[in-house]
Design a protein around this ligand. Structure first.
Ligand code: GDP
Length: 300
C-alpha cells in the first residue's frame, strides 16, 4: 500500500539518482554531492535532512568511485535513523477502562473528516464500539459528511445545530460514549479559526469540558496535515502544536504527491510522532506509519 502511494515520489527521486550514475560508477566529488542534495531536496524533505544525508555520503565515500547501490545503502541507513522515533509513542494509546477519547485537529481541507472515518473503520474492524462527535460546528457540510460516514460505518454520532459551541458537542460526545459503553470516542474540531489565540481558546475549552467527564481525556490529540501542502503543512503544524498538546500526526494524501519526503521534514521539525499516513480517499486507506517501510517505499 505505502509503496504504491509513494510511487510518484519514488519515481522522481530514483530517476534523479539514476541520472547521477550514467556511467559505471561515479566519483563522489563536490559536483556529485550537490546533485544528490538537489534530488533529495526535491522530495520536500527539507534542507536540514537533505544536508545530513549528503554529509553521510560525503563522509563515507568522498574521493572514491562508487556504485549507486553503495550510495543508496548509506542514504537509506541514515534516513531510517533520522525517522526512527526512539522514546516516542508511535502506536495509539488506549485506556484500560472506559472510552479512549481521541481529539482530531487540523485546518479545513487537510482531510480531517476523512481521517476520522478511516479511524472509525479501523476501530470497527477491531470490533470496537465508536462514538463520533461532529465538533466542526462552523461547517454544515463537515457535519453532513461525518453523518454519512457514521451511518455507513455503523457508528453513533453526536452533533449540534450549525454555529453551536464545539465544546458542547465535545462534552456531549464524551458523555454519550460513557453512557453507551463505547470503546472509542473520536471528536472533530473546527478547522477555521481566525487567530492563534482563538484556536488556543477553543482547544483549551474542549480539553476542559472533556476532562469533566473523563479526568484524563482527551487521551490522544491527532493533528491532521495535508501531505501535499509542503512548507504550508509545516507552518500549520507549528500553529497547532503550540496551541494543543498534540500526541500524533496523521499525514494525509501521500498517494497524490511526488513530495512524500515531507514526512522527513515533519519528523525533523516536531517532537510529535507521525502515527498514521493517509493513502487514498476510502475508509480503508489509512496505514500506521513505519519508518522502515517508508524508506523501502522511497527507494525500492
Ligand atoms: P477536512 O475539510 O479537513 O475535513 O477534509 P476532508 O476529509 O473533507 O478531505 C478533503 C478532501 O481530501 C476530500 O476530497 C477527501 O476525499 C480528500 N482526502 C482526504 N484524505 C485523503 C488521502 O489520504 N488521499 C487522497 N487522495 N485524498 C484524501
Amino acid at each position: 500500500r505505502l509503496q504504491s502511494a509513494l510511487k510518484k515520489t519514488h519515481d522522481v527521486l530514483n530517476t534523479d539518482i539514476r541520472d547521477l550514475f550514467k556511467r559505471e560508477g561515479r566519483l563522489v566529488d563536490d559536483e556529485f554531492l550537490t546533485e544528490l542534495f538537489a534530488a533529495l531536496v526535491k522530495t520536500d524533505m527539507g534542507v536540514g535532512p537533505a544536508n545530513k544525508l549528503r554529509d553521510r555520503v560525503k563522509t563515507d565515500f568522498r574521493g572514491r568511485v562508487v556504485q549507486m547501490s553503495d550510495v543508496l545503502a548509506a542514504v537509506k541507513q541514515e534516513l531510517r535513523g533520522m525517522l526512527d522515533q526512539p522514546g516516542q509513542q508511535q502506536a495509539l494509546q488506549f485506556v484500560t477502562s472506559g472510552p479512549t477519547v481521541i481529539l482530531v485537529v487540523g485546518v479545513n481541507g487537510s482531510g480531517k473528516t476523512t481521517t476520522i472515518a478511516k479511524l472509525c473503520q479501523r476501530f470497527k474492524d477491531q470490533g470496537k464500539k465508536v462514538v463520533l462527535g461532529a465538533g466542526d460546528t462552523f461547517r454544515a457540510a463537515a457535519v453532513e459528511q461525518l453523518t454519512i460516514w457514521a451511518d455507513r460505518l455503523g457508528a453513533e454520532i453526536v452533533k449540534a445545530e450549525p454555529g453551536a459551541d464545539p465544546a458542547s458537542v465535545a462534552h456531549r460526545a464524551v458523555a454519550k460514549a460513557v453512557e453507551v459503553n463505547a470503546d472509542i470516542c473520536i471528536v472533530d474540531t473546527a478547522g477555521r479559526l481566525q487567530t492563534q489565540s482563538n484556536l488556543m481558546q477553543q482547544l483549551e475549552k474542549i480539553h476542559r469540558v472533556m476532562g469533566k467527564v473523563i479526568p484524563d481525556a482527551p487521551h490522544e490529540v491527532l493533528l491532521v496535515l495535508d501531505g501535499t501542502a509542503g512548507q504550508n503543512a509545516i507552518s500549520q503544524a507549528q500553529g497547532f502544536s503550540s496551541a494543543a498538546k498534540c500526541t500524533g500526526i496523521v499525514l494525509t494524501k501521500l498517494d497524490g504527491t511526488a513530495k512524500g519526503g515531507v514526512v522527513v521534514a515533519i519528523r525533523e521539525k516536531f517532537a510529535i510522532p507521525v502515527k498514521f499516513v493517509g493513502l487514498g480517499e476510502k475508509a480503508a486507506d489509512l496505514a500506521e506509519f513505519n519508518a522502515q517501510q517508508f524508506v523501502d517505499a522511497l527507494f525500492e
